[in-house]
Design a protein around this ligand. Structure first.
Ligand SMILES: Nc1nc2c(ncn2[C@@H]2O[C@H](COP(=O)(O)OP(=O)(O)OP(=O)(O)O)[C@@H](O)[C@H]2O)c(=O)[nH]1
Ligand SMILES: [Mg+2]
Length: 472
């Protein structure tokens, strides 16, 4: 996938205009190429160089001093000056990628940054692929795969909780939690192998009981981490809530309330919302995607029919739905039917909101197994309870503040590790030899190694890094 001999280049700041923008070069020729793109502003008179302090001398002699920001002018492909700003060079072994790296901090102009990249390409760099800087960091042992994924998730984070969890992972929290499990299994393998090889030397001998205890201890560790996954996944991936119900029930009003801004159009004309509308809110750290939908009804109008079809599709795809009823009018047959259906198939993923509870009640609520919350989108009454009940539908009990296991790939590998350990335990309990159990322990170690990347194939790494952004 990658040739480490090549020097890669990319804009590291987001597309669009900004106060500053950064072009990053990494690889053997980073400094040489940067030299063609930048002239230091400092005067370079020989007398000035001679009288300068030793650490300044390098800079004056046009060497880029590592770790210092140096002011100067940026040059385009034909050598013309296109902007001014700072160059920062990082030494090999001390940069994010572990390679010689140069960052060019110009103004955040797409035209300037584009020209700097074009010039770098002309002087021998290659355009970086998604996540290629991080991939190189991984290859150079600067971080492991779980930490690299933490960096990606941090960049993608939408809520403060997501950012906090991703940062901990980037700093190696998951890898640190896995290390003792891995060490214990490796120790069991080493001692088990020695026991098989040197049968007569009893001091190396690993008893079946010791092997069993070790396996159980690591299996408990895996189970503890896996128990965090449901909440962890919610924090990382978020969930979707479809707001559904009859026209005029107040779906868009509730959508706006939950969002705390007037995003959707609200009128007293039934059929105001035609297309689905989506926005993400932060529900106690969980990014919850709200989907406002068109009112469910029978209609001959092809546009409204499509709206209803989309509303139904949104409800089917969502993790949970909010069925909105109108307190100020009597319940209709299709609403009763929707309630009955949700009571059978939607318990645990449907919440009922009886809206407009500020108005005199006309609705007679039929008996239902679904949790019902009385709210008023107009006054805000019941909204806190609505948020709590939504949270309760998404997760039993409070979501762990700093879950270590948040990623489906990690959970899958850890589940396979736990399954191999169970199989090893079963083998021992079933009277099979230690060798048979140790084979399962080896499989368990390999599964743990997939998380941190030691056992990652190029194919796996290619798939993971394609989910990174370019420039990171
Ligand atoms: N009194 C009162 N009026 C409300 C409340 N919620 C919504 N309304 C009013 O009910 C009408 C319909 O509200 P919407 O939020 O547009 O209803 P909707 O369910 O999105 O309607 P469609 O998009 O047509 O399906 C508007 O006139 C709102 O001001 C409430 O809690 N109390
Ligand atoms: Mg609406």
């Amino acid at each position: 996938m990658h040739d480490p001999a090549e020097t890669i280049v990319a804009v590291a700041t987001p597309p669009g205009r900004g106060g500053v923008g950064c072009v990053r070069l990494s690889g053997l020729d980073a400094e040489t190429i940067a030299r063609s793109l930048f002239t230091p502003a400092r005067a370079r008179r020989p007398t000035a160089i001679a009288s300068a302090a030793p650490e300044m001398r390098e800079q004056l002699e046009e060497r880029f001093v590592a770790g210092h920001a140096q002011f100067g002018r940026f040059l385009g492909r034909t050598g013309e000056e296109i902007d001014h700003g700072y160059l920062i060079r990082f030494d090999r072994g001390r940069s994010f990628t572990g390679e010689s790296t140069v960052e060019l901090w110009a103004h955040g102009s797409p035209a300037v940054l584009g020209e700097l990249v074009a010039a770098a390409l002309e002087f021998g760099a290659r355009a970086a692929g998604p996540g290629e800087f991080t991939y190189r960091a991984l290859r150079n042992g600067r971080l492991d795969l779980a930490s690299a994924e933490g960096v990606r998730d941090l960049i993608d984070a939408q809520t403060k909780a997501q950012a906090r969890v991703a940062f901990a992972q980037a700093e190696g929290a998951l890898s640190r939690a896995l290390a003792p499990l891995r060490e214990e299994l490796e120790d069991l393998i080493a001692r088990g192998e020695a026991a098989v090889e040197f049968v007569d030397e009893s001091e190396t001998h690993l008893t079946v009981a010791q092997l069993q205890t070790g396996i159980d201890r690591v299996a408990d560790g895996c189970a503890g981490l896996l128990a965090q996954y449901r909440g962890g996944r919610l924090v990382r991936e978020g969930a979707t809530l479809a707001i559904v119900g009859k026209p005029n029930a107040g779906k868009s009003s509730l959508f706006n309330r939950l969002l705390t801004r007037e995003r959707a159009i609200v009128t007293d004309t039934p059929g105001t919302t035609r297309d689905t509308l989506e926005e993400v809110i932060d529900l106690d750290g969980i990014p919850l995607r709200l989907v406002d939908t068109a009112g469910l009804r029978k209609t001959a109008d092809p546009i409204e029919q499509e709206g209803v079809r989309r509303a139904e599709a949104a409800r089917a795809e969502a993790d949970i739905s909010l069925l909105v009823l109108d307190n100020a009018r009597s319940i209709e047959e299709d609403e009763e039917q929707a309630l009955a259906e949700a009571s059978v198939s939607g318990v645990g993923r449907t919440l009922v909101a009886v809206n407009k509870c500020d108005l005199p009640p006309k609705l007679r609520m039929p008996a239902t197994a679904l949790t019902t919350v009385r709210v008023s989108a107009l006054s805000g009454e019941g909204l806190d309870r609505l948020r709590r009940e939504l949270l309760g539908l998404l997760h039993e009990g409070p979501v762990l503040e700093d879950p270590l296991l948040t990623d489906a790939r990690h959970a899958d590998a850890l589940t396979r590790c736990a399954a191999s350990l169970k199989s090893a335990g079963d083998a021992l309990r079933g009277g099979l030899t230690e060798e048979v159990a140790l084979e399962d322990v080896r499989t368990a170690v390999a599964a743990l190694g997939e998380i941190t990347g030691e056992f990652g194939t190029e194919d796996l790494l290619g798939r993971i890094f394609s989910t990174f952004c370019i420039g990171k």
